[in-house]
Design a protein around this ligand. Structure first.
Ligand code: PGA
Length: 241
């Protein structure tokens, strides 16, 4: 089964979240809906029985960190997964590879499933960036964490720009990530980790991307905000076997 995960970023109030879910759940079952919503909407979204995620988690468990939210707090309001290392966190908020690594450990410790985001910026050496990001994020991680991991390959130049990697290009990047995970853990684990593509995914390009066997789903920003488009994306993903 291919999986679509919406990433709402800094969009939607509680009331807008409830309206969205009332609409999409007329067409989809709650188990098919995965959304990384703003912190403020997690609790209400979780009450619909969907898979709810946060978009960030503190790299510290507790303490004097004004403005931060811990993994335990996220679990407490019903989150079951969390995006870690999204390019907007890395590049706008200066999150380092070491912070990304600590966040992965924190999320895992409290039972939040991590979705690790990786990807190169325009003009960067793709494989060198993916290697560095994956090696740093996953150093000394145990197999139990690896087996709960999802990885999202999101070329930064494709995020919110309307440009997408070609399906073949995305599949090559995914194969590279899978090989890297194979060398950091082992081939059996690498084969089990879902790899999602992200970056300007819409209903008119999703099918070609998902036809690549290396691509197990998509992380969708802008197009996940509109309930009709979100339903369409999930329905199209179900049509690709
Ligand atoms: P986009 O965002 O679909 O709007 O390009 C994807 C993401 O940032 O996860």
């Amino acid at each position: 089964m291919k999986r679509i995960i919406g990433n709402w970023k800094m969009h939607k109030t509680v009331q807008e979240t409830v309206h969205f879910l009332e609409h999409v759940l007329q067409r989809l079952s709650p188990e098919e809906v995965y959304l990384a919503v703003p912190f403020t909407a997690i609790k209400e979204a979780a009450a619909f029985g969907i898979h709810v995620g946060a978009q960030n988690v503190s790299h510290e468990p507790e303490g004097p960190f004004t403005g931060e939210i811990s993994g335990r707090m996220l679990k407490d309001v019903g989150a079951d997964f969390v995006l870690i290392g999204h390019s907007e966190r890395r590049h706008i908020f200066q999150e380092t590879d070491d912070m990304v690594h600590s966040k992965l450990l924190r999320a895992h410790q409290v039972g939040l499933k991590p979705i690790l985001c990786v990807g190169e910026r325009e003009g960067e050496d793709r494989e060198a960036v993916l290697k560095r990001q994956l090696e740093h994020a996953l150093k000394n991680c145990d197999e139990e964490l690896a087996l709960r991991l999802t990885i999202a390959y999101e070329p930064v130049w494709a995020i919110g720009t309307g440009k997408t990697a070609t399906p073949e290009e995305a599949a090559r990047a995914h194969a590279f990530c899978r090989n890297m995970i194979g060398s950091l853990f082992n081939k059996e684990i690498a084969a089990q980790i879902p790899l999602l593509y992200g970056g300007s995914v819409k209903s008119d390009n999703i099918v070609a991307l998902l036809h690549q066997t290396e691509i197990q789903g998509a992380l969708v920003g802008g197009a996940s905000l509109d309930p009709k488009e979100f339903v369409k994306l999930v329905e199209l993903s179900k049509s690709v076997v």
